[in-house]
Structure formats: C-alpha cells, structure tokens
Design a protein around this ligand. Structure first.
Ligand code: EPZ
Length: 431
C-alpha cells in the first residue's frame, strides 16, 4: 500500500489546477446506461472511483474508453447492449456510489440487480429513500442473498410510472438516481425535497443534452416529463468544488499565496465566507480564487448542511485548518453520524480536539508535530495532508488509496506549488 511522506513548513506559492468533479462524473457515467448511443464526457478526473465505475459499466456489457493525457480526460461510453444488468458485490463494496446504476438500469431494461451496500466508514448510509421512490413509480423490489432486485411494472415489461415523490430527507445520490429513473418513465414525475448540489445540476444538464425534459434541477422541486428514448450527447463535467476547497485550505494553512485555478467560485460560497471569517485574504475571479494568508488565523464555527450550506465533504479539512487558529472553534457534523475519524489522528499530531456526539471542539494554536498517521476515508485523509503541511518534521500517511479514490495526483499538484510531499510505494502491496 502506498504512503505519502510530507515534510511540513513550506508556504504554498503559485497556481494549482482543479480537476473535474468526481461526484458529478460518477452519476454522469451512470447516465450512459439510459441510451444505446455514445456519451462523450469531458473533464473526467483520473481517480480510482472512476476506474471502479468503468469496471462496473463494463461488467454489465458497456464499452468505456477512459482517455487521459492528450485525450484531455475525455471519456467515451457506449451501453449499446446491457447483457448483464447486475451491479456485483465485488464492485459495490468498494464504492457505494455504485447504487447510482439502480435507477438508470430499471428505466432502460425494466430490471436491475444491485448488491446491497454494506456499512461505511462514515456512517450507515442506507439507500432506503431510493427504493421507496422506485416503489412509488411502480417498481417491485425484492431482496435475496445480499442483492436487491428491482423490476418495473408487468414484471419488467412496462416502463416505470410517473409519481409525486417527497424525499423524507435530502439525499444527493438518491435525487440523482431517481432523476435518472424518471427521465424514461411514463408521464410527469414531481420530485420534492431534492438535493440542490451542483452535482445534481450537472447531471441534469447532461440528461437535457440527451433529450430529457427536466425543469427545476438545482432547486428543491424538480419536474420530469418522461420521454420514450434518450440519445447520445457530449458534456463537460463541472470542476470539483471539494478539491478546490481543499486547495484553498492548503494555501491558507501553509501561510501561502496560492491561485486555485479552473474552479467555479459560485459553488464555494459557504466555504469562502468561513475562510474570510478566519482572516484569510481571498480574491475571487470568474474561474479562479487567489488565497493569501500570513498564517495568523481566527477561529470559526461550522455546522455542516446540505448545499448551499457548509459541505460535509469539507468538514475534516476545515477542522485541520482551525487547529492553527488563535482560539476555539466548534464543528458540528449534521449529515453523517460517524464522520470524525480524523480527530484521533489529528490529536496524535498534537491537535487539541474533543468530541461529544456530533460536535467537535477544537482548541486552536497547537503546534502540530509529524507522526505516522492512518487515512480512514477520502476527506479525512485530505485533512491529514493539510495538517502535515504545517507539522514540524516528516509525517507519514498510510493507506493513501483512500485519497486516490477522489483526488487526482494530489501529491504532484501540491509539489508543483512548493509542498514537500512524495509517494512511497510499498514493494509488497499495490496501489
Ligand atoms: C453524496 O453521498 C456524496 N457522494 C458524498 O461524497 C457526500 O458526502 C454526500 O453526498 C453528502 O453531501 C457522491 O456524490 C458519490 P446522501 P450520498 O444520500 O448521496 C441519509 C465524498 O467524500 N440517507 O446525500 O451517499 C444518509 O445516511 C463523499 O466524496 C438515508 O437515510 O449521501 C446521510 O445521513 C462521501 N437514506 C444523508 O441521508 C437514503 O436512502 C445524506 O446522504 C439515502 C441517504
């Protein structure tokens, strides 16, 4: 298993480029199931979850060409025939977002068999809301041997029926999954209490380009007029707002002067106002943000919420930042019940953080020291990289495959702006 070795102390200077959003790319790739024509997706990030999704689509009969390098992260996907509409456990267990194929599979083939996702490092993460919505659309769902089998009406022979669905709770992939089910359903589906994340809007833009009829994506009520067929399309994936946010915090925590280029500042509102509260200087352009800090940070409290609130996917990184603030900050995690696994590791590096239930109290000003630390999930790992950038000495991060799931060559990007970070391969393991 690869490790990162990070020597702290260098301010980050220069320009760092943002990749395409993993969490947009995953549902957009799943949307290829909805048509027998080719989809061309641009700005697909070169991360491990995308590779997993490729395997998933190929295992069902799809053809996927991931083009990196000179191909500019352009991907061609064609699901002309779906010979095996099954999301197998071997794939689902490594990536929960695999459940995103449920809606499009049943919409296209009338039948889907998807392994039930198990527990996850950050919480239970059930998909009951996806299933409830599909049932409201006439699907029959059964469970056997750890798999869910869903069929559209008439034992899979008739399309799903439009329905009026009010999600009990806001769910990002749930909204995306049901949106993809509704585009080929019979009649007008109304979805209420939808997620408003930019990733949902990005998926809807692709579906519109494929010939779907959707109104209101990006608001909490989405109306979908079902059509009988979708066609191929070309679509460019949004920049990754979480990667951009992580780099902004890297600039701020290192006392640097960094331009985060190729991002969409409109997607980063809640984070930018918190950074300003922390005393970080920001110059916001149309597609870039310059972040400057002299390392003197003020404390700030955050409470994670659905978009446009403060993203749970930035909580761990923000916590690393405020370990360096001059005072106490309070971080409340409202989306997932178990997303504080970075706390123990940050404390091992000398941070002073206590947790009670969903709330963490961070007494800032700790001088962080290097340590051997363990990555537990994607964003927790990113927070450890940020802490390592200011820690005294050489921090060794183990299990960086978690970072590779969602950050494209993060060590190369950070090294390009002055960080001392290198990847160390384990001769006995593989990436
Ligand atoms: C998406 O996960 C993201 N993943 C996550 O990104 C992100 O943390 C999360 O949204 C919240 O923003 C992708 O987009 C691929 P949810 P998702 O359904 O859709 C509960 C990252 O680091 N819930 O919005 O799985 C659930 O348990 C990650 O990139 C149900 O109870 O999250 C949670 O408490 C990790 N029943 C809350 O809703 C359901 O059927 C929100 O989850 C569905 C969800």
């Amino acid at each position: 298993m690869d490790k990162f070795v990070v020597r702290g102390g260098n301010p980050l200077l220069g320009t760092i480029k943002v990749s395409g959003a993993k969490n947009s790319a995953l549902p957009c790739m799943a949307a290829a199931i909805l048509t027998e024509d080719e989809l061309i997706l641009e700005n697909i990030p070169q991360v491990r979850d995308i590779e997993t999704e490729r395997k998933l689509l190929e295992s069902m009969g799809g053809e996927v060409q991931l083009g990196y390098g000179r191909a500019q992260h352009r991907t061609h996907i064609r699901c002309a025939v779906l010979s095996d509409p099954v999301a197998k456990y071997e794939i689902v267990k490594t990536m929960r977002a695999s459940s995103l194929v449920l809606g499009p599979l049943i919409a296209r083939t009338g039948m889907a068999r998807v392994a039930m996702p198990g527990g996850c490092a950050i919480g239970g993460r059930p998909i009951d809301l996806h299933l409830k919505a599909l049932e409201a659309m006439g699907a029959t769902i059964t469970q056997d041997h750890g798999y869910l089998e869903a069929r559209s009406p008439n034992n899979g022979a008739s399309p799903l029926k439009a329905a009026h669905i009010v999600f009990d709770k806001i769910t990002v992939t749930g909204t995306e999954d049901i949106l993809m089910a509704a585009v080929l359903a019979e009649g007008e589906t109304v979805l209420e209490n939808c997620a408003r994340e930019p990733e949902v809007t990005d998926l809807a833009a692709l579906l519109l380009a494929m010939g779907a009829k959707i109104e209101g994506a990006g608001t909490s009520t989405v109306r979908v007029q079902g059509v009988t067929r979708l066609h191929g399309a070309r679509h460019r994936i949004n920049p990754d707002r979480i990667e951009a946010g992580t780099f902004l915090l890297a600039g701020a925590i290192s006392g640097g002067d960094l331009i985060v280029d190729g991002c969409d500042p409109a997607h980063l509102g809640s984070l930018l106002s918190k950074l300003q509260e922390c005393g970080v200087r920001l110059d916001v352009g149309t597609d870039h943000i310059r972040v400057r800090s002299d390392g003197q940070l003020k404390p700030a409290d955050i409470s994670t919420e659905e978009y446009p609130g403060f993203p749970t996917d930035m909580q761990a990184q923000f916590m690393a930042l405020v370990t360096q603030a001059d005072g106490t900050s309070v971080v409340t995690e409202n989306i997932f019940e178990n997303r504080f696994m970075h706390v123990q590791e940050l404390n091992r590096m000398g941070a002073n953080i206590t947790v009670q239930g969903r709330t963490a109290t961070i007494r800032g000003g700790a001088k962080l020291q290097s340590a051997a630390v363990m990555c537990s999930d994607l964003r927790a790992s990113a927070s450890l990289v940020l802490a390592a950038l200011v820690a005294e000495g050489e921090t060794i991060l183990d299990r960086v495959y978690h970072i590779d799931r969602g950050y494209e060559r993060i060590e190369e990007k950070l090294r390009g702006v002055g960080a001392q970070i290198r990847r160390m391969g384990d001769v006995f393991g593989k990436r």
